[in-house]
Design a protein. Structure first.
Length: 288
């Protein structure tokens, strides 16, 4: 897990606290994403003694939290009817996890899933009738507290349960709520898969720099820092991306010459639309 000292804090996070959480929170799966969420919760003041972690291969840091009261792989009777269960396992492990999970879910438990492709219907069929369920799609910048998650509740989720789910999700970045679960397929294509598109941009820019005559290692550093810095500027600036682009494009200059290529015949827009459409279709296929 990232150290708390290295995790960024968004404005949304600064307004949230988990210090008053008085129930039991069960985290099923503490890999990269689950571990990042746990890190965020502790940063928001959650008492480790309120947390039970189900993880067959816990990191040393998570194992060390047992000394502060965290329950690591406890017996089932210790975690019955928790306030919330967060399912952060890989979707291919869902079939073996859900039968274990169902008996501990109580009538007031909200189940928050970050499993890609596993629908609310899938979860509802595996859990007790009437279970409150929130399905969500985070992305990998959650590992440094700069992610964005889109969440959708089923009709059983109360206002208080939705507020708790929001607090748990905002620990790793921004949160958006939608009511239509079908939107999670394009969400997956845009923000879920989106970091890979940005990394590809850095990779492609470095290759182009090397092809133009730069030493490969210098081109890689220039591309990496340029993409990272531009992303940070976009994050901090109140301006929209189009305005920021226009602000660094002088008429007849070098940037304009490059953009003439990238924007010719709807170039980058067309490619990105095709990419997002392909990812959306695949997300729907995986969800069955």
């Amino acid at each position: 897990m990232e150290s708390l000292k290295t995790m960024s804090t968004s404005p949304a996070q600064s307004e949230v606290s988990l210090r008053d959480f008085s129930g039991t929170l069960v985290l099923v799966g503490a890999g990269k994403m689950g571990g990042a969420m746990l890190e965020g919760w502790l940063g928001l003041g959650l008492d480790p003694a309120r947390v039970a972690v189900i993880e067959p291969q816990p990191s040393g840091e998570i194992a060390g939290l047992a000394a502060r009261g965290l329950k690591l792989n406890p017996a089932m009777n210790v975690v019955r009817e928790p306030a919330a269960v967060v399912v952060a396992v890989k979707p291919q492990n869902a079939a073996e996890i859900m039968p274990w999970l169902a008996p501990i879910v109580g009538g007031s438990t909200v189940v928050l899933s970050i499993m890609a492709g596993k629908t609310i219907e899938f979860l509802a069929e595996a859990l007790p009738p009437g279970t409150a369920i929130v399905r969500s799609m985070p992305n990998t910048p959650a590992a440094i507290g700069r992610g964005i998650t889109v969440a959708v509740p089923n009709q059983r989720v109360t206002a208080a349960q939705r507020d708790l789910a929001h607090k748990l999700l905002v620990a790793t970045g921004a949160v958006e709520w939608v009511e239509d679960e079908a939107l999670l397929d394009p969400v997956t294509a845009v923000s879920g898969s989106g970091p890979a598109y940005v990394f590809l941009l850095a990779e492609s820019l470095a290759k182009a720099g090397a092809a133009a005559g730069l030493p490969a290692d210098l081109a890689a550093r220039l591309a990496r820092v340029t993409v990272a810095g531009s992303g940070e500027l976009l994050h901090r600036s109140p301006l929209d991306p189009a305005t920021l682009r226009q602000n660094v494009t002088s008429p007849g200059g070098t940037t304009a010459a490059a953009l003439d290529v990238l924007m010719a015949d709807d170039g980058l827009d067309r490619v990105m639309r095709s990419a997002v459409e392909a990812a959306t279709r695949r997300s729907r296929d995986l969800a069955g």
